[in-house]
Unconditional design. Sequence first.
Length: 651
Amino acid sequence: MTRRLIAVLTLDAVVLVWATLGRTQHELSQLAVTGSDPLFTTYAAPLARSQFVLDEGYQLKFSEPESGVEFTTDNGGTLGLAFKVGGVVRYLVRDLVGEPVISASYSDLVRLHMRPFPDIEAEVFFQVYSSRIAIEEVVITNSGIATQVVDVYAFLQHPEGLGAPAMREDARASVCSHEEPPDSWTVEHGVPHCRNVTDVLVLDAPAQAYGGYANLGAPPAPPLARDARGSNYCVEWGTVRHADGSLCTHQPPLVQQLVMRVGHQGEILTEDAPKWGDPDPNIPGNGFQGCELGNFLHPPLRVGDSVIVVVTCNATGEQGIGGAAVRELPAPSGVRVDVQLAPTTVPPAPRDVHAHFAANYQAAVVTWVPERGCRYNLYRRTTGTPGRYDLVAQDLSDPGYLDLGLDPDSSYRYVLVGRDQHGTWGWRSAEVGRPAVTSFFADVNNARLSGLISEECHVVAVQRSMSLRPGETKSFRLIRAVIEQGGNVDSLAMACKALMASDMEEALQEDEAAYARIPRLSWPSRDHCLMYWSAFSMMRQCMMPPEGECSFNYYLFSREPTWGWGHGGQVFHESLAMLAYAYMDPEGAQNSQRVYAERMNSRPEWPDGYIPYRVGPYLNELLYWANEYSSAAPGFNWETGDIFQVTQDPN
């Protein structure tokens, strides 16, 4: 079968032949590319799911030592990842174990491998599914011999700000907004654009924590050598079982923990309180719970103290209470506290909790909307240690409390816990107070992100925690979607959730089939080969479906970045690329020429046979020179003839 005949096969026919003869992976699915290799790493949606207005493409940056592994846009923000194990954070490329490596790359998707820690491998599969939706799948593998707890932080950053971020109640979606101002060329030529954009970040499962920040801040410097791990002092620990006897494997925010001492009601610990000797979170999602009792300060923990542990599982609507006494200090084996959950009507978290500070920061008013039949305890913390709070006021029935005598140089953060008339502990409120955490990486130092949103927000982040046994692999998906401000965010979020089960391997195979048409040539070097395939990725990425005045698919000079004249439409001298693109997509290359043909003579004021200099779905750019219309129309026939030599399609 000749190359020319292969070139005129339809995509369906190629897929059929491929399935019949057995699939052979394409070269672009078997890469081992690092940042020094000449591979095109900008990605945009495939033709069938693209549109002209509000079209986000992404460039993968993975080679600069002082930057992270990120997917960036020209004016739509940046998606990034950070990792933490045992209190050590990895984000910068220089701090990874070896260079990140691309194993597969096409016009709309890429698969990247990196090793944040010696025993932790991360695979990132990124697909620009449509002009408005990008899917990021993160797969974490523990290749070591010990169980590891890995915290993965996914964030969206925008230099101009992300307006009014908010996490949805199910902790699976975060909504914010940004602006994408058009450049002067776009405005001058009347090309439509979307300036005000709403962003939706959707997870396949609830985030353990989230936050909004004024900036990324400085990534923590990695230790030159790991310090010897400290020792637990006195950890209460035990199983948590549902009413049906099954272990509770849910994680925060679906599960909350409240730890108190009998006779010392002025202090509580929560699931965010730090462990002293091991990296496991208090509720790791494996059916156990635990908490370092040494975090109690007022007074310090003593032999003979009795502790009460309240665990509430919002996923099942169950709550349980366990207790035990401290018999020795330190307690190397800890204190065993098993918790049996039972169906309970748990009072919901108080709504609209806010902390309002006086101008001199010496007083604060904490307000909330109470639930009928509930009374509230107000707690605060003034230290950097999360998860430990002192009682400020108890048994409150009013919707607010005035906290006086504050130190204006200190930080004050509050949580509210209610109890109903039966004594059932309610769902704890989110933490509010001053100051909001302004730096993302400062908050990463805590066991969990604070849940606080900076007034001037440029970074929105979510946290996923994974406990991995030796050899175990776990994954999660994050979808970033955009819509015009005022659009239906709920419908967009539902569309994203439906894509959580989409088969990204199938998308890769579809790309392999599309690239299988391209002639395989012999090249003097690997660099030449990568540049050859990259050229086709760039051409395929620039193709857009029929829209506006274009009844056929057309191309853009650039989708990402989307600067004015590069985004307005196609031009004859750029259409020389269609002579090569015809080997990949014969019909697409011909359709691009048909756009010129249908535009010819479409305006009565144009001379006979005239074709504008630049044509797009919403653009006819005319060149008028020396009192005459100037056109490159003669090139149309030559280009069309050469494309015919490839396609052999006279239509």
